[in-house]
Design a protein around this ligand. Sequence first.
Ligand SMILES: CC(C)(COP(=O)(O)OP(=O)(O)OC[C@H]1O[C@@H](n2cnc3c(N)ncnc32)[C@H](O)[C@@H]1OP(=O)(O)O)[C@@H](O)C(=O)NCCC(=O)NCCS
Length: 451
Amino acid sequence: MRYDTDSTQVVEKTLNPGLKSRLMAKIPVMQAEVRDLLKAHGDFKISDVTLSQAYGGMRGVKCMVTETSAVDPMEGIRFRGYTIPELREKLPKAPGGEEPLPEGVFNLLLTGEIPSAEEVFATTLAWRKHETLPEHAKEALDRLPIDAHPMTQFSIGILAMQYDSLFANKYREGMTKTEYPEVLYDDSMILLGRLPQLAAYIYRRSYHNGVHIPPAETNMDWGGNLAHMMGVPNEKFKELMRLYLTIHADHEGGNVSAHTTHLVGSALSDPYLCLSAGMNGLAGPLHGLANQEVLRWIVDLKNRFDGVPTRDQMVEFIWETLNSGQVIPGYGHAVLRKTDPRYTAQREFALKHLEDDENFRIVHMLYDVVPGILQEHGKAKNPWPNVDAHSGCLLVHYGVTEYDFYTVLFGVSRAMGVLSSLIWDRSLRLPLERPKSVTTGWVKQQVNIKE
Ligand SMILES: CC(C)(COP(=O)(O)OP(=O)(O)OC[C@H]1O[C@@H](n2cnc3c(N)ncnc32)[C@H](O)[C@@H]1OP(=O)(O)O)[C@@H](O)C(=O)NCCC(=O)NCCS
């Protein structure tokens, strides 16, 4: 169905109005806080930019504001001030489950508050209510080659649904700026509701002869239902999905998928356009695609040595990879300088549920070997594993062996973080983003003048 403006009021009632009103109550408070801060300290400098930074991917340049999360190089991510272990402890769980429900992290990212079980359930209901994929989106996907990369399909699927965007429709009708946050919230809720079905549709289309599995008839949670629609009804896999979707949700604002979504949104592009753009960034091998690359590399390693390699064989393979000019996927990070706590959370899950798994043993051996080699190699600033080093072995354990699909799961999760930030971006009236670029000629001139 198309969500035209006539049906908007009916639709709004189904989009978790409790969460919406909690969010809307916070917006004027935060707007006033930022207004006062800028009035009193607008000239306060938080960064100087060096030439190396301008040519070097802007590492460490503090030039954007993201409310939902922050990464400390030594400690890792905090979502609204909460570490990953705190989230695992404090966020509501599925009945009988031990891992946090991703609906909870979405509530937290939006409002800054740990939600109650009832509040989380209301989000589940809202998302489940809007999970059905429009027929035209399925048809768009079905026109693609069956072996089109799943991330290409994911991005196209999101774009195909842009036809339904409330934000785009209302903008055309002349909505005012004060309406942006509410309409972005509504659009984002509908889009998030649909993502598990979109992901499962791609998975079943690409790897299971297009035999699709309808959503669970019960009020099963967002992550559990994704597992169900993928055709992996194992209860432990559902738990893995809940953990996976929670920990991949956000990683402050500067990473490629978050930054892209934010940038595109600054042109007042709607959430579908923004998310699709962000997902194209996530699909790069230095970003989210690294999770598939890790598993592909581990499979190559096992093929090369006919099974689990010895430590010496592993060392040989790592050096071969480095000497051929490739990176070791899953290791290094632009900001982190220690083991990623998202890696540790997945390791804890593995220790609990798949201790004897062959791929987990390899991942663990790599943890022992790779950092020392990267240090000896002398290039990577961070020799420690990131989130992508671990996820593949967990997915394979539950039968999801098709590693080209892994980044789609990352994308379903990351959508929660980037869409939460998008709502806050417009709530705080962040304008069109337009940094000044300069030419090398200009730089040389400036340096000469100074000398
Ligand atoms: C994540 C990543 C892109 C960060 O890039 P970055 O901020 O430029 O990292 P660094 O400053 O440490 O890079 C310095 C050098 O070390 C290299 N390096 C970094 N991580 C490396 C790795 N895992 N293996 C081999 N070399 C690596 C870089 O390619 C760069 O080499 P160059 O000078 O020849 O260009 C990088 O660590 C990487 O490519 N890792 C593997 C891919 C991956 O796991 N991505 C997922 C990230 S969550």
